[in-house]
Design a protein. Sequence first.
Length: 243
Amino acid sequence: MTVKPKEPLPPDSIKGVLKAKINPSKIRVGINTLRPLRNGQVLIETSSIEKVEAIEKDINERCGEKLEVNAHKLRSPRLVILNIPEEISVDNVEDTLLAQNSDIDLKQGDINAKFSYQTKKHGRNLVIEVEAGTRKLLMQKEIKLGWQICTVHDYVVATRCYKRSKYNHRTRECRGEECCPLCAGSHKMKDCSANPQEYKCINCLSYNKHNQDKSICVNYSSLDKNCLSLLAVLEKQMNNTSY
């Protein structure tokens, strides 16, 4: 959720009001994040929608004359249908799926097709957005599309900038300096001469810089699938999704 003042107030003052009037232990809420945003608001993150609702209620009751709360809605789940036939597209996947899978209790409008993409092995996958109930129905079965049987998995990916090797923004939006995803140096990956023993993750280095009391390993590239910073981004995304 985000908190903003009803009258001009800097973020530090917003945090001061919250800390003076809200006691998380009394409402049994653990706060994962309390930090200012660039727009002057303050971000609060907890571990569940129930805890969001509890602290939202407390802020409205105790700070409503000064602060306004905006509890963010959870995202709808996204699923990826693997290895779809050539004739299946964003435009016809819902009609085909409903026509060929009458054993699954689906109706028109349950499937919101987003995009398809080609895999490294020249297959095609298609990403759809659904509600939590539809997700459960599809995840329990293999689905028939054309002449093929396709499997369905959760689609959870991190938005990544390949210029700075950072998360939560795309390369075309980036105004920062180049950063190698392998060694965290100020050059492009193609110009990197580091060997694997010299790899450093820029995201984990940044985390350690701001969390010196609980530092994490940095001795791998930012492209490593087991990168702790990547896993944290994916976990946060799942926590913000209505499964």
